[in-house]
Ligand binder design. Structure first.
Ligand code: NAP
Length: 296
C-alpha cells in the first residue's frame, strides 16, 4: 500500500515555520508582512476562500487587509484600488480573488499588480521568471504546494521522470516549468500530457512522479501507474455521494482506492494538495516582505 502524503500535516509544519519567520521579522526588523485580499461580488466559493486566507493570516501573524467590493464594480474602480495597494508600503502581497465579474478583464487586473507584490504568481513577469529559473519570483500557490509535497517525499529528484496530466496556466504549465529547473527541488525530466495526447497511459506508466490536474474523476486508473510511483492528485471534483440522495462528495482525478495499491506514495483528496495552497500564499507574502525590504 502506498504511503499517504499528508498535506494537512505538511501544511501545518510550514505554517509553524512561517510563524517563526514573521516573529523574526518583527523582532529584528520591526516589520509585519501584510496581505491585501480583494473580493468582487458575492460568489460563495470565493467568499469562503477569502475567509480562509484571512484566518491563515491571523494564525501566522500576517496583517490582512480585506477589500470586499460589489459585483457591479467597474474595471476602472478595481484598477484604482490595485494602484492604491501597489503604492501602500504596509501591503506586501496583493491577491485579487478570481473569477472576476464579466465586465472586468482578469488579464488587465493581473497585469496591473506590481510583480513584486504578485503573491498569486500570475503576473507575466513572474511567469517568465519561473521559466527562466530566476528565484526572485513568486510561484503560483497550488504548484508551489505541489513542489513542496514532492520535495518532501522524494529526497533526490535529479533525473526523475515527472509526468504532468494537464496544461492549465494555474497548475499544469507552472509545475512543469518549476520541476524542469536545474536546482535541488527540481531537476526532473518533464513530460506534459493534455487532451491532444493520443495514449496518455504510455506516458503516465513511465512516471516516477505523476501529477494529475485534469479536472475529471478517474483520469488516472491503476493500470496507468508504474509500481512505486509518487502520485500527486490535484483534482477536486464534486460527485454524487454513493449513499445516494442529494449528498455529494469531493474526489480527485485519480482512482484513489486502486492506485494506492500500486503507487509508492499518494496524496488523498481531500487532505493532499488542497491544504497546501493557502499556506504557500502566506509563505509568498513573507517572501514579498523580505524582497521589498531587501532582507535576505
Ligand atoms: P483546467 O484549466 O480545466 O485544465 C485541465 C487540463 O487538463 C487541460 O490542460 C486539459 O487539456 C487537461 N485534460 C482534461 N482532461 C484530460 C484527459 N482526459 N486527458 C488528458 N488531459 C486532460 O483545470 P485546472 O485549473 O488546471 O485544475 C485541474 C484540477 O485541479 C481541477 O479539478 C481543479 O478543481 C483542481 N485544482 C485544485 C486546486 C487545489 O488547491 N487543490 C487548485 C487548482 C486546481 P487541454 O488543455 O487540452 O484542454
Amino acid at each position: 500500500m502506498a504511503h499517504i502524503i499528508d498535506g494537512k500535516k505538511i501544511s501545518q509544519e510550514i505554517r509553524e515555520q512561517i510563524i517563526a519567520d514573521v516573529a523574526l521579522l518583527k523582532e529584528k526588523n520591526n516589520l509585519q508582512p501584510g496581505l491585501a485580499v480583494v473580493l468582487v461580488g458575492d460568489n460563495p466559493a470565493s467568499a469562503l476562500y477569502v475567509r480562509m486566507k484571512k484566518k491563515g493570516c491571523e494564525e501566522t501573524g500576517i496583517r490582512s487587509f480585506e477589500h470586499v467590493l460589489p459585483g457591479a464594480t467597474s474595471e476602472e474602480d478595481l484598477l484604482h484600488l490595485v494602484d492604491r495597494l501597489n503604492g501602500d508600503s504596509s501591503v506586501n502581497g496583493i491577491l485579487v480573488q478570481l473569477p472576476l465579474p464579466e465586465q472586468i478583464s482578469e488579464e488587465k487586473i493581473i497585469n496591473r499588480i506590481n510583480p513584486i507584490k504578485d503573491v498569486d504568481g500570475f503576473h507575466p513577469v513572474n511567469v517568465g521568471k519561473i521559466v527562466i529559473g530566476d528565484d526572485d519570483c513568486f510561484c503560483p500557490c497550488t504548484p508551489y504546494g505541489i513542489q513542496e509535497l514532492i520535495a518532501r517525499t522524494v529526497p533526490d529528484l535529479k533525473g526523475k521522470h515527472l509526468v504532468v496530466v494537464g496544461r492549465s496556466n494555474i497548475v499544469g504549465k507552472p509545475i512543469a516549468n518549476m520541476m524542469l529547473q536545474k536546482n535541488k527541488r527540481a531537476n526532473c525530466i518533464v513530460t506534459v500530457c493534455h487532451t491532444a495526447t493520443k495514449d496518455i497511459a504510455h506516458y503516465t506508466r513511465q512516471a516516477d512522479i505523476l501529477v494529475v490536474a485534469a479536472g475529471r474523476p478517474n483520469t488516472v486508473t491503476a493500470d496507468m501507474v508504474k509500481p512505486g510511483a509518487v502520485v500527486i492528485d490535484v483534482g477536486t471534483n464534486r460527485v454524487p455521494h454513493p449513499d445516494g440522495g442529494d449528498k455529494t462528495r469531493v474526489v480527485g482525478d485519480v482512482d484513489y482506492e486502486r492506485v494506492s495499491i500500486v503507487a509508492g506514495a499518494i496524496t488523498p483528496v481531500p487532505g493532499g494538495v488542497g491544504p497546501m495552497t493557502i499556506t504557500m500564499l502566506l509563505s509568498n507574502t513573507v517572501k514579498a516582505c523580505r524582497i521589498q525590504n531587501k532582507i535576505r
